[in-house]
Design a protein around this ligand. Structure first.
Ligand SMILES: [Zn+2]
Length: 326
């Protein structure tokens, strides 16, 4: 249910959006910019629902016909354009926006357009929408969601209010997950692993697929010492086949070595993030502090190299030789 009271974090942005609704100072165009799954859709949809609500100006009422139709995905004055994984061209803008902007709202005060992954708009598409943003009809509101606000034309940027959606602190996410009855021990892991993305934290916390995936990778870390050369290359092949997840895989390695290092230094499990795998952590913590630090270092460097498109197999080979060093 889209309500501001259900959104965790980004308080300042939410306050500013609410105030603009209460004071009737809503702008015609906004850009909500931030990493994947940091709440851009949730915030923008809640704002859209609020603007279309017939009763309230500070929080969608949930009772009016607009709120009800919004929740069921049938609000006639709400438009969601998904630019996910493709370029948004002029024809997309024309079909989904320009055509709809010619007529007044069907039923409510505004017509609200959310453009998801708006950074995927081509220059031509941006120019097509620019004229509307420059001289918008009174009823038109644009909420553009983006992962890279630098891909917008300066002329677009200058017409929009830009909000930067920040990742949340692990503590906020942890407490939120606990409030959703996620096991306390695991909540800490999900909070840190999700790197400030509440959407990702929620997704993995409820995903059996992720739990199995993580267990599989932890098993790999656990038996790394015992692998011979052929098995090691098999492991690299295995990861090569699921390379799109390599960041997640390396994050799991990182957290295992991190926890082992903390356990080594403190000799208790209090500050361990992954309290469900204490056996594995205890086993790995038999390595020297220097060795553990070197391994963490090597993983971080590998992540960086892969981000810069280094050759996958060679980079992973180097990493695993370092991880196997005693
Ligand atoms: Zn309402």
């Amino acid at each position: 249910m889209y309500r501001f009271e259900n959104i965790v974090g980004n308080d300042k942005i939410i306050k500013s959006l609410k105030n603009s609704s209460i004071n009737d100072t809503v702008s015609h165009a906004y850009i909500l910019d931030g990493k994947e799954k940091t709440g851009k859709q949730l915030i923008s949809k809640t704002f859209a629902k609020l603007l279309l609500c017939e009763n309230n100006k500070n929080e969608p009422c949930l009772k009016c016909s607009s709120c009800i139709s919004f929740e069921s995905g049938n609000n006639p004055d709400f438009f969601f354009i998904d630019g996910n994984k493709k370029k948004l061209g002029v024809s997309d803008i024309r079909e989904n926006i320009l055509k709809n902007i010619e007529t007044k709202p069907f039923k409510y005060k505004y017509k609200v357009f959310i453009i998801k992954d708006a950074h995927n708009m081509t220059i031509q598409a941006q120019n097509a929408i620019l004229k509307t943003i420059e001289e918008p009809p009174k009823f038109a509101i644009f909420l553009m969601l983006s992962k890279n606000h630098n891909s917008f034309l300066p002329t677009i940027l200058s017409r929009c209010i830009l909000f930067k959606i920040r990742p949340l602190s692990p503590n906020i996410i942890e407490n939120f997950l606990i409030s959703k009855n996620i096991n306390e021990n695991m909540a800490k892991f999900y909070a840190i692993y999700s790197r400030g993305s509440i959407g990702k934290a929620l997704e993995i916390a409820y995903s059996e697929k992720f739990i199995a995936f993580r267990q599989d990778i932890i098993n790999d870390v656990n038996k790394l010492d015992e692998l011979d050369l052929i098995q090691l290359y098999n492991l690299i092949d295995k990861y090569d086949n699921i390379k799109e997840n390599i960041n997640e895989i390396l994050d799991i390695y990182l957290l295992v070595y991190r926890d082992s290092l903390i356990f080594k230094q403190t000799n208790n499990f209090k500050n361990i993030i992954q309290k469900d795998i204490t056996n594995c952590i205890q086993k790995i913590s038999h390595m020297s502090i220097k060795n553990l630090t070197n391994k963490i270092d090597a993983i971080l460097k590998t992540k960086l190299s892969l981000e810069q498109n280094a050759n996958f197999n060679m980079t992973m080979e180097c990493l695993f030789f370092k991880l196997k060093e005693k």
